[in-house]
Design a protein around this ligand. Sequence first.
Ligand code: ZN
Length: 243
Amino acid sequence: MRIAVISDIHGNLHALDAVLDSIAGDAPDAVWCLGDLVGYGPRPNRCCTLVAERADVCLIGNHDLGVLGRLDLDDFSVDAAASARWTATVLEDEPRRFLESLEPQSVQEDVALYHASARDPVWEYVLTPFAALASFAASEARVLLVGHSHVALAFGLADKGLETTIAPAGTGLDLSGESRWILNPGSVGQPRDGDARAAYLLLDLEGRRAEYRRVEYPVERTQEEIRERGLPEPLAERLAQGI
Ligand code: ZN
């Protein structure tokens, strides 16, 4: 089974369109989404509709929960809270119902999926060896998928210890052997690892391989839409830099 894994779309329709086009060329057996469909970005409704159509599995993320009023926006950054409040005012009934139907974790094909981490599926960033070890301890799965940090990376746990792999475009991982893995595909709609291109991951469960992909998209179109809607300017600027 070959799976395209996407995460952290954040209302960036042009990035999502580019990724879904690229995924169509990969012809995977399934598409899994790790959450944060909305928040920050200008096109929340269309992004929810597209993911509902194309993803076989979808989790809910902290920004989705914030927009639904199920997380306190005081815990968000100022710009994140402002965009969540705006999103809540424009979110249509069908996308809202779709988001309300989702959970922040799932198990599919022996793979554990979390929006954030195994220890805290909603909030914890898995960016350090300490956080990675805590997630391995909190899950029995050999392969764990997480989003939330918007950084494409991998942690491998073997007898000899933990290895962290930053995963730029084209990184391929051999998942055969005894190691356990935490894989983060990176973000479709707001990458923060210095590469502004939209990120996703191809996971081949039988072939035991993971491939990290990046796709160009018209960043300036999303920036224009952010400005037209009066969303905070830093949310537009950061997209060009991938931060
Ligand atoms: Zn996110």
